[in-house]
Design a protein around this ligand. Structure first.
Ligand code: F6R
Length: 613
């Protein structure tokens, strides 16, 4: 998390940095700051709060500089405050630095520096690293580049750092390990960012920097080196994202825009892959590891948060269709618990950002033990995509709203394709079911469009009715259970209402004690093999005066007759129902958040790309 930007060129740096920070605010918004090289001196401006607060603060101050770096923070070491905001000055005041990541051995480095007389203006690990670099530079009488290289050999942790030096008026020094860094190549200018969004307005040519690489960036020059001081030829790639894709396009919020983009993003994720007419699925990533998948001992799905929910649904689907053992793991647990992994295991890493630290390290460990890694990632060129042996991109486009919506349904769409393709190759699915599922999957974009057009107004009213509730319970069975979890997570994130997702039948073993006339219970109750059972669960809630909101299939009068409020979705094969059921729940969370006057695009304490563990 944390967003970093940089600019070296011949234009004013400040407007470019501010615009870039606004695009990266989804990565953290506890504070923001910039450091500008005016040609004579370094000016640092920083402020607690969002980028807008920084802009107010800088108004009227000197911004005459064509070189600068900027940072938007998600706090790890030290509370959100002006003093802990980045950039930091070194003790001499000659160097300014921004950092995304965590320096794990900062305490030891700090005590060494304190003994040497260094003082610290913040509580951050970042300021320790900066002074460590400065100390090396002074003691070795070397260049900043050399000092950074020496320092990083001793650093434990994850980082992207950008530094500017009073004595180098046209240079940014950058380095990465474990956090993302992209450098855009402009016309006598270079742009740096945590992702490509800050540079999209200026260039489509970018270089993704790898771990343990160091960049010396000047207007007309990009020098890339490894930590052994050997030059590396930058690999220039062409971006195929348009600027419009990262703007709100007339919607009040990115979250709403992204919910409404889903017919297109699901379509884009299926396009060129699903051919329902000729009953064929093309997925080159699956072809690449086909034998491994067909003969896999286990498929282990590793992910966090919403992506983990997509993985949980994939477990149900892959086991049902492919008859392969599947385990779904929270990446943060998996990486630390010494799991038994063999070269017969296939790991599917699911990640929107492709940068989630826990997921990244989990697959790194599994790879070392011989497992084959398949990455299902949204951000092209991200770390997880690059570390995978094979993979497939979800084509959801840039997701800016901090709460994941369109990336989730795109993940489901591609996971369905993977399961169907493997089942077909493994001959564990009969032709009639295969054709039926392909046909239904092809209809999903239109069905999602129908839900958005027909249910939006009704869901807004339901949201207004329940917006003051203190707690919510979300229940679902079978394929819809992961959607109950996802619905509850979305509501927590966006509305700050406590919500729990549970398997509908498991509710009797505890959570039913919560039920009274004040508790809204959301049932994901589309028509499936468990329908009668979930009807009984609804009766159990109604018998205890709970208020029932149900996601129902079109024409289901039974649940509609029992529930206080319904959100209707088209009837589809039960395996595919979750990709529709989640859409009303996304809207419900959005409208409850709006009703409560909250910043739905930037919920408190969250950040989109969790690059710290
Ligand atoms: C929830 C949400 C998070 C992410 C999680 C994993 O709305 O967005 O729970 O799903 O942080 O992120 P990725 O998918 O980027 O690995």
């Amino acid at each position: 998390m944390c967003g970093i930007v940089g600019y070296v060129g011949s234009n004013l740096a400040y407007p470019i940095l501010i615009d870039g920070l606004k695009k990266l605010e989804y990565r953290g918004y506890d504070s923001a700051g910039v450091a500008l090289h005016t040609g004579k001196a370094l000016e640092v401006y920083k402020k607690e709060g969002k980028v807008a607060a920084l802009e107010d603060y800088v108004y009227g101050k000197n911004i005459q500089a064509t070189v600068g770096i900027g940072h938007t923070r998600w706090a790890t070491h030290g509370v959100p405050s002006d003093r802990n905001a980045h950039p930091h000055y070194s003790n001499s005041g000659n160097i300014a630095m921004i950092h995304n990541g965590i320096i794990e051995n900062y305490a030891q480095l700090k005590s060494e520096l304190v003994q040497k007389g260094y003082t610290f203006a913040s509580d951050t690990d970042s300021e320790v690293l900066l002074n460590f670099i400065e100390d090396i530079k002074i003691n070795n009488d070397c260049s900043l580049e050399e000092a950074v290289r020496i320092a990083l050999k001793r650093v434990v942790g994850a980082y992207v750092i950008l530094l500017i030096d009073q004595d180098l008026p046209d240079t940014i020094i950058a380095a990465r390990k474990g956090s993302p860094l992209v450098i855009g190549i402009g016309n006598n200018a270079h742009y740096l960012g945590s992702d490509a969004s800050p540079m999209l307005a200026y260039t489509k040519e970018v270089v993704y920097i790898n771990d343990y690489e160091l960049a010396i960036v000047r207007p007309d020059e990009l020098i890339l080196k490894n930590l052994g001081n050997e030059r590396i030829t930058p690999f220039v790639q062409k971006l195929d994202i348009e600027l419009a894709a990262i703007e709100k396009g007339g919607y009040d919020h990115f979250m709403l825009k992204e919910i409404f983009e889903q017919p297109q993003t699901i379509f884009d994720s299926l396009r060129g892959r699903l051919d329902a007419e000729h009953q064929h699925i093309t997925l080159s990533g699956v072809d690449k590891i086909k034998e491994k998948l067909i003969h896999a001992n286990r498929v282990i799905i590793v992910a966090c948060g919403t992506s983990w929910h997509a993985g949980l649904l994939a477990e149900y689907v892959i086991e049902e269709l492919c008859r392969i053992n599947v385990e779904v793991e929270y990446a943060s647990e998996f990486r630390y618990r010494n799991p038994i992994i063999t070269d017969k295991d296939v790991i599917i890493a699911v990640s929107q950002s492709g940068e989630t630290a826990d997921t990244l390290v989990a697959i790194e460990n599994a790879k070392k033990q011989g497992a084959t890694i398949f990455g299902l990632v949204n951000v092209v060129g991200s770390s997880i995509a690059r570390m995978s042996d094979a993979g497939a991109y979800t084509h959801a486009g840039p997701e800016i709203g901090v709460a994941s919506t369109k990336a989730f349904t795109a993940q489901l769409a591609v996971l369905y394709l993977i399961a169907l393709k493997v089942a077909y190759e493994k001959q564990t699915i009969d032709k009639t079911l295969f054709n039926k599922l392909l046909g239904d999957l092809a209809k999903v974009p239109q069905y999602v469009q129908d839900i958005l057009e027909e249910q939006d107004a009704a869901i807004k009213e339901i949201a207004n009715k329940y917006a003051d509730a203190r707690d919510f319970l979300y229940l679902g069975r079978g394929f819809n259970f992961p959607i109950a979890l996802e619905g509850a997570l979305k509501l927590k994130e966006i509305s700050y209402i406590h919500a729990e997702g549970y398997p509908a039948a498991e509710m009797k073993h505890g959570p039913i004690a919560l039920v009274d006339e004040n508790l809204p219970v959301v049932f994901v109750a589309t028509k499936d093999s468990y329908h009668e059972k979930i009807v009984s669960n609804i009766q159990e809630i109604k018998a205890r005066k709970g208020q029932v909101i149900a996601v129902v299939s079109q024409g289901d009068n039974v649940v509609a007759g029992l529930a206080d409020d319904v959100m209707v979705v088209p009837q589809i094969h039960e395996i595919l129902a979750p990709i529709l059921s989640v859409v009303p729940l996304q809207l419900l969370s959005y409208y409850i958040g709006i009703n409560r006057g909250l910043d739905v695009d930037k919920p408190r304490n969250l950040a989109k790309s969790v690059t710290v563990e």
